[in-house]
Design a protein around this ligand. Sequence first.
Ligand SMILES: O=P(O)(O)O[C@H]1O[C@H](CO)[C@@H](O)[C@H]1O
Ligand SMILES: [Mn+2]
Ligand SMILES: [Mn+2]
Length: 391
Amino acid sequence: MPRFSRVFLIVMDSVGIGELPDAARFNDEGAHTLGHIAERVDGFSLPHLQALGLGNIAPLRNVPAVEAPKAHWGKMKEISIGKDTTTGHWEIMGLHVSTPFRTYPDGFPAELIREFEQRIGRKVLGNKVASGTAIIEELGEEHMRTGDVIVYTSADSVFQVAAHEEVVPLEELYRICQIARELTLRDEFAVTRVIARPFVGKPGAFVRTPNRHDYSVKPFAPTVMNRLVDAGLTSIAIGKISDIYADEGITRSIRTQDNMDGVDQLLKTMNEDFTGLSFVNLVDFDAKYGHRRDPEGYGRALMEFDARIPELLNALDSGDLLIITADHGNDPVHHGTDHTREYVPLLVYHKGIAQGSDLGVRGTFADVGATIAENFGVKAPEIGESFLARL
Ligand SMILES: O=P(O)(O)O[C@H]1O[C@H](CO)[C@@H](O)[C@H]1O
Ligand SMILES: [Mn+2]
Ligand SMILES: [Mn+2]
């Protein structure tokens, strides 16, 4: 019998809590996603996360440490060489990404673009590092005129294809991305994720739609989620989770529209009878506010999430475990528009905690995966130390 029959895992995408010791290697000295938002945003407060012990992890303006946190608290270090979503999530589930994913700071090689253009029957615009909203402003009009697709990348290992939904119908864009996926599985053009980035609207007022779709490579080894599925347990993926793990180790996948929908879907699974994991990624923090360097928007999104915490806690049964964490930072006051190399917060709650305890600074994100593995009695990942006995 597992100690907890259901584990609910929430990744607040990009909600980092201060620079990692090796942040300088990533040009991220001084980054502090939560800290800088708290400093910057007037009226910022997170009363429910505060009650769980968020302010006990690190000093945050208006989110003080509390005497008796309702949850166990700590922060976790990333040992993998990377600060992208895939690396962070794979490490959470027990993989050490020791060879960084290949990136393309100067755009993709001409041979790849040529072959891609031939295969899709359209030309390419852009082919450079860019912010997704900026590049559609820059090239969207030309794209609408010519039908050429916009290709861009970032500090992550991503091949992103942006196209207007009325110029390139969604099915075609997805087909185009399948072709890009095929081409970038080759070693010489390796890319972790191909992402369809459809948008709508008129020049000067383009908006991206929720029809984004990611095509990720499969994890290079079985994750804790694979072990759960192999043991006949349930593994529910909500939001981007199925994309991030390329459908590996997942028994059911639920798409979401936004953060609040992600919380709604997680709550629905709390009303279901199952044994295993229900795992949600809340991507708006990162995609809508972190990359856009919008601390106010980010702060509001955090407060909106905070307001849902009581519902989540109430929906839990006595045999449930709730873990809240993140996958990397994305400090909205940091230079550039990319992720930041940070610790991630760790809050662990179940019914019947008289007073939470300090789980300390965890050596790897994989401590979460190791805990889940031990709880369900499946093979432990090669990295990570379970904190199950501390709960
Ligand atoms: O600027 P946008 O298009 O949001 O892209 C961001 O989203 C990508 C995937 O999460 C990241 O690699 C970053 O490039
Ligand atoms: Mn992420
Ligand atoms: Mn991101």
